[in-house]
Design a protein around this ligand. Structure first.
Ligand SMILES: CC(C)c1onc(-c2c(Cl)cccc2Cl)c1COc1ccc(-c2ccc3c(C(=O)O)c[nH]c3c2)cc1
Length: 229
């Protein structure tokens, strides 16, 4: 059964997840500007930078996160940013929006100068997330669990992070049983997406390198969080 504390935890995480969004003017630009590989890359860079800022604010609201060692907080953010953004963009792309925003975002990602070998696994992932029809709580908790992955590079207090992640995994497991009673494997399927995220993370490192070789510029925030340049 979900305890009172666990309900409070779900509420805190869901509120934080919904409170921090990319500003309208950033997402609107994505709809207005013309198409070209350069323009698409620039717009995606702007959206990614804005999304990182949103992610930092969300992470600060994860109960227990701020009591972790300061350097570990940075290590967790750097280690999980790409995966959290894959999850977030997946959730956006699986929503059909009246403005045709989803199609535009997908088109700009497809035509942003990344090689075909990354496009296929990326959009397979987007499809597999869409098929899960996750609730808002599940999306927020899965993102939280991704952020609280103890085995990121340079994390010192592994156990402290593991304890926090286990608390969130326990809540998510109970929530899946409650919200998908006819699908006993649903929780396992969600965790399977986390494994797929790790693979995409490795692809992403190569994507950055190929963009760099083609002299694409990133923002200072992205350079810092992704150790680029
Ligand atoms: C530097 C650039 C070129 C880059 O490098 N790798 C990736 C990249 C790619 Cl191409 C795919 C996956 C992950 C990453 Cl980091 C990207 C672009 O990353 C993003 C990040 C985040 C969104 C994103 C999030 C939320 C929302 C949203 C809402 O919440 O309402 C509405 N519109 C959204 C858009 C899109 C693209």
């Amino acid at each position: 059964e979900i305890t009172k504390e666990q309900r409070a935890l779900i509420k805190a995480i869901l509120d934080a997840y919904n409170r921090h969004q990319i500003p309208q003017d950033v997402t609107k630009k994505l709809l207005q500007e013309q198409y070209s590989a350069e323009e698409n890359f620039l717009l995606l860079t702007e959206v990614a930078t804005s999304q990182v800022q949103v992610l930092v604010e969300f992470t600060k609201n994860i109960p227990g996160f701020l009591s972790l060692d300061r350097e570990d907080q940075i290590a967790l953010l750097k280690g999980s940013a790409v995966e959290a953004m894959f999850l977030r963009s997946a959730q956006v792309l699986s929503k059909k929006m009246p403005s045709g925003y989803t199609e535009v975002l997908e088109e700009r990602i497809r035509k942003s100068g990344m090689s075909e070998e990354f496009i296929t696994p990326m959009f397979n992932f987007y499809k597999s997330i869409g098929e899960l029809h996750m609730t808002q709580e599940e999306q927020a908790l899965l993102t939280t669990i991704t952020i609280l992955t103890p085995d990121r590079p340079y994390v010192k207090s592994h156990e402290a992070v593991e304890r926090l992640q286990e608390t969130m995994l326990d809540v998510l497991r109970k929530l899946c049983v409650l919200q998908h009673p006819q699908e006993p494997q649903y929780f396992a399927r969600l965790l399977g997406r986390l494994t797929e995220l790790r693979t995409l993370h490795h692809y992403h490192v190569e994507m950055l390198t190929s963009w760099k070789t083609n002299d694409h510029k990133f923002t200072p925030l992205l350079c810092e969080i992704w150790d680029v340049q």
